[in-house]
Design a protein. Structure first.
Length: 94
């Protein structure tokens, strides 16, 4: 057993790694037009969530906002394309 292992063979440093990953994430809010329902929310969440580097996606249909958390700086062009592919229009950062 290495020095980082606990008696149940789990690594005691895993919580520290998670904290670092969260600290290095970036949250960006985008304005998106054309969203009207739960299907819109699902389509955008699926399309944007599939991009490399995207940690989470939160869609506010009523507010016309999509909040994207990425592991570093977001790729605005890729996010715009993903929203477009889902059938909606990203109009800029909110």
């Amino acid at each position: 057993m290495g020095s980082c292992c606990t008696p149940d063979n789990s690594c005691s440093t895993s919580a520290d790694t998670t904290a670092v990953a969260i600290a290095e994430s970036t949250v960006t809010v985008y304005a998106v037009s054309g969203m009207t329902c739960g299907h819109c929310k699902s389509a955008i969440t699926r399309s944007v969530g599939a991009l490399d580097g995207v940690v989470s996606v939160d869609v506010d249909v009523a507010g016309g906002l999509v909040t994207v958390t990425t592991g570093g700086e977001p790729d605005d062009a890729a996010i715009t394309a993903a929203v477009d592919d889902a059938g909606y229009e990203l109009t800029g950062r909110a």
